[in-house]
Ligand binder design. Sequence first.
Ligand SMILES: [Zn+2]
Length: 333
Amino acid sequence: MWHTKGHGALVERLESAVLNKTISHAYIFYGSRHVGKMTCALDVARGLNCTHESEFACGECIQCSRIHNRLHADIRVISPRKSENKTSIGINDVRDILHVSHMKPYEGTYRVTIIDDADSMTLEASNALLKTLEEPADQNVFFLITSNEDALIPTIRSRCQSIYFSILDESTIRDYLTEYHSESDQQIELLTSLCAGKLGWAVDAINDTTLMEDRDKALELFWDLFHKELDRGFEISEYLSNEYYNNAQYVVDTLGYWNDLFRDLLILKKATSDLIHNIDVEDRLLDIVDSCYEYDLTDNIRFVLDAREQLQNNVIPRLCLDNLILKIKQKTI
Ligand SMILES: [Zn+2]
């Protein structure tokens, strides 16, 4: 039983590798955040350890249940940690796991190591992992999860099978949210539209109200960028750069929401409103769309994407955000 939604072809391929015992020792799952890569890796971990050999991950045996509840000693998930203003996976985070990866599993038939945001491994951690991947031990499977496959060192990429996760179609998302959640039809429609193919985001938004609050705040800042003077723009820059030191992801997400709003404006300029994501603020977007030039919107999308990349490459946040606000303001006067 798969918990992964959609992704029919790759699910079929992995299920067949598990049932025929032809699983590789290392995979890279890459694609946008929130499209089901972690869920899929955990599904395969259950499939590999399930005691019902003819069935894929029965969901009822002790192995399936312990993995589902994150209690299984052989299934480890490594995630980046924040230290000294940098979020990364260092050598100390992988050392213990690599050490045991040459031993037999403790309680299951396969030891599965999942490295989330694997592109944030330091070079030292990457090289340590590489050594393990070069001498694969039996009954050990690695999953490296990333939204940026190119940031992994080439020698690691060459040792793994890469599997791409695309975004999901709207009907898969709508059907899942309707079946498993009790939100109103209107709310489900909004989440389906806003998540833009990333089911995990929609589910997170239901379970954690701060996500929608953060989006509301990003919208408020966006309208201010359009309607207020440059001074307010610099206040926004100061606010975001201070936030960056506490919660970098919040700022990266805010720029993501802005990018999506510029995208919607561009769509309203060129096509019908059926394709926009921010359907709850369509009227407000329509109010400003006539004052925007198509090429300015395209430029603004590029500026926001550049700024996100610079932040992730550790450019000084205030410098990067001041520069972004100036560029956007020049295009929105
Ligand atoms: Zn089972």
